[in-house]
Design a protein around this ligand. Structure first.
Ligand SMILES: [Zn+2]
Length: 358
């Protein structure tokens, strides 16, 4: 594994469901500390200031360090665990997936179970499983065994999945939590790319918390950073799998970073969008343009800070988002780092002042 693969492995395998980001934030703290001045807001977002040749404009790069997961809601007499979800899980991504409960006694492995199809009536078997009929099975047969294992109501539950390099001549990776540890890795790589460069601004790499439950860390960290421009670096859910109608997105892994032209939380700043498109053209980086009818990003909170912050989402095209096994391609990552570093070199005082709508 090369340096980027090791970083993606460590970041994606770290635990950090919304509100319980200690482990993943710890990894980010270690990776960011040689790159700038670190601080933390009171919700837990980690901020790394990489100074350039000016103290302003302040450029905020946001990547969320939390991931979707679960929380223990109730333990049955028979020793099964009802759970609530942290973030948006499609029901069909849940059954038979491994999870790990973080308890005061340590890590407890389990699997998400449902009523076995063998015992369901024919009609029921045809329907997708319902969340209310799912439970976490830790192999116990009584509530006493579950309590003895250390499980308590409120314990966070993390998906289990190993970072895997796929058998493909083009570097392709599979892991949990690319959403959004890939954004965290982009922050680290972009700050590294700026080392020794005279960028005419101050760059704040921010590992935000609690994005998946409503961009909460982005809101508080924007108060701390007070950005003049912001980028959310995240995954872009794509349509290069079977079954997507022709009039829907045709974004593909490996076809370049995605610029999100529209999502449920923000319409991007037009001039920042154009600057990004022009810079990509100069670099020979292929871009994909995407719109999202569902979901939003950290920028939905950041762009409403104070009197408004010109913002844009750059997404790594990713298959099977919000599941235990997402797939992305390396070239999209490398191209995004090149693109971001080049844009940041252009964002001086005059350019940023010119981003205001006319
Ligand atoms: Zn995300």
């Amino acid at each position: 594994m090369d340096e980027i693969e090791l970083m993606l492995k460590e970041l994606t395998e770290a635990s950090g469901v919304s509100g319980y980001e200690e482990e993943s934030r710890g990894v980010m703290r270690r990776m960011l500390s040689p790159l700038g001045e670190l601080s933390q807001d009171k919700l837990g977002s980690l901020i790394c200031l990489k100074k350039g040749s000016a103290t302003a404009p302040r450029i905020m790069l946001a990547g969320h360090v939390d991931e979707i997961g679960f929380m223990v809601k109730h333990i049955t007499k028979e020793g099964f665990i009802n759970f609530t979800t942290l973030g948006g899980w499609p029901n069909q991504h849940l059954p038979a997936q491994r999870v790990m409960i973080q308890t005061h006694k340590g890590k407890v492995p389990g699997v998400i179970g449902t009523v076995p199809p063998h015992v369901l009536p024919e009609e029921e078997r045809k329907k997708p499983p319902e969340r209310k009929n799912m439970f976490i099975d830790i192999g116990a047969t009584s509530i006493e065994e579950v309590v003895e294992a250390g499980v308590r109501v409120g314990d966070p539950v993390v998906p289990v999945s190993e970072f895997t390099i796929m058998s493909n001549p083009k570097k392709t990776y599979m892991a949990k939590a690319f959403d959004d540890r890939v954004g965290c890795a982009l922050i680290v790589s972009t700050l590294r790319a700026l080392v020794g460069k005279k960028h005419p601004n101050a760059v704040y790499g921010v590992a935000t918390v609690q994005e998946e439950v409503g961009t909460r860390g982005a809101r508080t960290s924007a108060e701390s950073v007070d950005p003049d421009v912001s980028f959310a670096l995240d995954v872009s859910p794509i349509g290069d799998v079977p079954g997507i109608p022709d009039d829907q997105t045709k974004e593909k892994i490996g076809d370049g970073p995605s610029i999100i032209m529209y999502d449920k939380g923000m319409i991007p700043n037009i001039k920042l969008r154009e600057l990004t498109v022009d810079t990509a053209k100069e670099l020979g980086v292929k871009l994909q343009l995407s719109t999202l009818d569902f979901g939003s990003y950290d920028t939905s909170a950041i762009h409403l800070h104070k009197s408004g912050v010109p913002s844009l989402v750059i997404g790594i095209p990713t298959r099977h988002v919000h599941s235990h096994n997402s797939i992305m391609r390396r070239t999209d990552f490398d191209d995004t780092v090149r693109l971001l570093a080049a844009i940041i070199m252009k964002l001086d005082k005059t350019t940023v002042a010119g981003l205001a709508p006319v």
